[in-house]
Write a protein that binds this ligand. Structure first.
Ligand code: F6P
Length: 321
């Protein structure tokens, strides 16, 4: 293995830059030439490659976003798109590829591996919804962003005796809602993994007010449905002043937390080392605090859903009565 390339794909996540830095610097440290590919799989198809050196990744360890840019690329899902990508990799003399992203990113990487091109993956998504790892890069920062925002909302909620519905990100998974909701002491947490029961949410709010609470916070994952609709239902059924706040993409930006940076360094370096050792077609990840690797075919989002441990959800409910 002499030349490797790295790309970021799908929704960006805080820590992607730290990971790019780790891949580039570990690769160079191990005597490899490292290329960056701009715009994810789109750039791979178009041949948008750039040679990286130690300085290319200077001053990015703490920056949100991704200096390599990111896209979701439909063409790469086709055999023709994958053939174009393989031709580009061959023409540039690349021997191995590292992709940083989520579930969709690894589906693409699985195809490249199946066609004989050594590819490894690093989980980078704020949603933490990938089977084969207990952690994805960016999740910790996104949860901290959401908690900070909810703490602020709580201040004004208490001053005005209001109920707030706070919608957080997570198209298919409730991990951000669960962690942010629990850490911010939400009265109810609504996630796609558990059937939504409007009566129960309303009941908990009413009981809280009966015993003297001045406000309530309901955290909902975007994947469940519209926070605004749920806010309307709560207002109608409780008669309380109810507001809705959608946190949106602020959860995807910002400087990565120390934990995200630490894991970005560990996972980034490991993905390079595995390629050098001839191990390919795997996503590096974290299990029981150990860096492990899992074949791409075992990392789909659906599997993660089935595997979600709901004990944290039930604990949160028991603490917010
Ligand atoms: O990256 C994951 C995620 O942030 C989801 O939580 C969210 O539903 C989605 O991406 C939003 O994607 P986009 O920025 O393309 O609208």
């Amino acid at each position: 293995m002499k030349k490797i390339a790295v790309l970021t794909s799908g929704g960006d996540a805080p820590g992607m830059n730290t990971t790019i830095r780790a891949v580039v610097r570990r690769g160079i440290f191990k005597g490899l030439e490292v290329y960056g590919i701009y715009n994810g799989y789109r750039g791979l198809i178009d041949g948008n490659f750039v040679s990286m050196n130690l300085g290319s990744v200077g001053d990015i360890i703490h920056r949100g976003g991704t200096i390599l840019q990111s896209t979701r690329c439909e063409e790469f899902k086709t055999v023709e798109g994958q053939d174009k990508a393989l031709t580009q990799l061959k023409e540039k003399g690349i021997d191995g590829l590292i992709v940083i992203g989520g579930d969709g990113t690894f589906k693409g990487a699985e195809q490249l591996t199946a066609q004989g091109f050594p590819t490894n993956g690093i989980p980078g998504t704020i949603d933490n919804d990938i089977a084969g790892t207990e952690y994805t890069i960016g999740f910790d920062t996104a949860v901290n962003t959401a908690v900070e925002a909810i703490d602020k909302i709580r201040d004004t909620a208490a001053s005005h005796e209001r109920t707030y519905v706070v919608e957080v990100m997570g198209r298919d998974a409730g991990n951000i809602a669960l962690w942010a909701g629990m850490c911010a002491g939400a009265e109810s947490i609504i996630i796609p993994e558990v059937d939504y029961d409007a009566e129960n949410v309303v009941d908990r709010i009413k009981k809280g007010y009966e015993r003297g609470k001045t406000h309530s916070i309901i955290v909902i994952a975007e994947g469940v449905g519209k926070g605004t609709e749920i806010g309307k239902v709560i207002k109608e059924k409780t008669g309380f002043d109810t507001k809705v706040t959608i946190l949106g993409h602020i959860q995807r930006g910002g400087a990565p937390s120390a934990y995200d940076r630490m894991m970005s360094n560990q996972l980034g370096a490991k993905a390079v080392d595995l390629l050098i050792d001839g191990k390919k077609g795997v996503m590096v990840g974290l299990k029981n605090n150990q860096v492990i690797n899992t074949p791409f075919k075992e990392v789909e989002k659906e599997k993660h859903k089935q595997m979600m441990d709901l004990s944290t959800y039930h604990l949160a409910r028991s603490l917010s009565i």
